[in-house]
Design a protein around this ligand. Structure first.
Ligand code: MG
Ligand code: ZN
Length: 285
């Protein structure tokens, strides 16, 4: 079963870093006794930085391969990131239901454990593939690269990737998406954009979710949006509620624009390849 294969092939951040760290210790047995009171020596710190760079460098190469594959198929892919409990899955379910009959939507869902979210999304009418990251706290490009041929999204379709609920390291891991979309709910702190600036800086769009609850809270929307724009002045913001449906029309319009652009780019690239082949006298065999 492909889903099980994917699960067993999961590579998390932690096991890799831990394995690399232990091999460092094995090769340099003197490091424990010679290290400064602060813990690691300069040498070890340099090595740790290199290991991190290697992991991120490898991830970036795989993300570029995903991006090429998605572009060739005209697929508009989004990486949805947030804290746990921001309402990502409910928003995805409502989005899937609203887009029913408009061409296909496929979803990749990342969670440490369980298949619950993928089941909810399937119930809404989209094909969904769950990736369990185990101890891993984010999706990486390798996991998405393995999921793509299994899920096989249709040409010119929409692919929504729900990342593991975590505002920290998903910011550093490119999956090959067109954009990151960060979801902040009004039940969280207004200052989250300042506390976790990397994620808000990396995002193209912020969905401010659960706005139907505003009458019951003292959440200052203007303040939250100002904080978000302080770390990313280009950030677009849409206020939504997956419960009441408020703002869904703007979010759906944003999705449709992106999807149309991805499809147009694929058609243009295909036409260009065709022209090139005809000029060079290429004939199908
Ligand atoms: Mg979820
Ligand atoms: Zn992580």
């Amino acid at each position: 079963m492909p889903v099980r294969l994917l699960r067993s092939a999961t590579v998390g951040w932690r096991p890799l870093a831990a394995a690399a760290g232990s091999s460092v210790a094995a090769r340099r047995p003197e490091s424990a006794s010679s290290s400064a009171p602060t813990g690691r020596s300069e040498n070890d710190r340099g090595r740790m930085v290199r290991i991190e760079q290697d992991i991120l460098g490898r991830n970036d190469r795989l993300a570029q391969a995903n991006r090429r594959w998605l572009a060739e198929h005209g697929i508009f892919a989004l990486n949805l990131v947030s804290s746990p409990g921001s309402g990502k899955t409910s928003l995805l379910c409502r989005t899937v239901r609203a887009l029913a009959g408009e061409g296909s939507v496929a979803v990749i869902v990342g969670d440490q454990q369980t298949e619950f979210d993928a089941e909810r999304i399937r119930d809404s009418g989209a094909r969904a593939l769950q990736i369990n990251t185990g101890k891993g706290c984010h999706l990486d490009a390798a996991m998405v690269g393995r999921a793509l041929p299994v899920l096989a999204p249709a040409d010119d379709s929409l692919l929504l990737i729900e990342n593991v609920g975590n505002l920290v390291c998903p910011a550093a891991f490119d999956l090959g998406e067109a954009h990151k979309v960060v979801i902040l709910s009004v039940t969280e702190g207004e200052d989250k954009p300042l506390k976790y600036p990397d994620m808000f800086a990396a995002a193209e769009l912020m969905l401010l979710n659960k706005v139907d609850l505003l009458p019951h809270l003292c959440f200052d929307v203007a303040r939250a949006e100002a904080f978000a724009r302080r770390v990313n002045h280009r950030l677009q913001v849409i206020r939504v509620s997956a419960t009441s449906g408020e703002g869904m029309d703007r979010w759906l319009a944003w999705l449709r624009r992106g999807q149309a652009q991805a499809a147009d780019a694929r058609a243009a690239a295909a036409a260009e390849t065709d022209r090139h082949r005809r000029r060079s006298g290429w004939r199908p065999t």
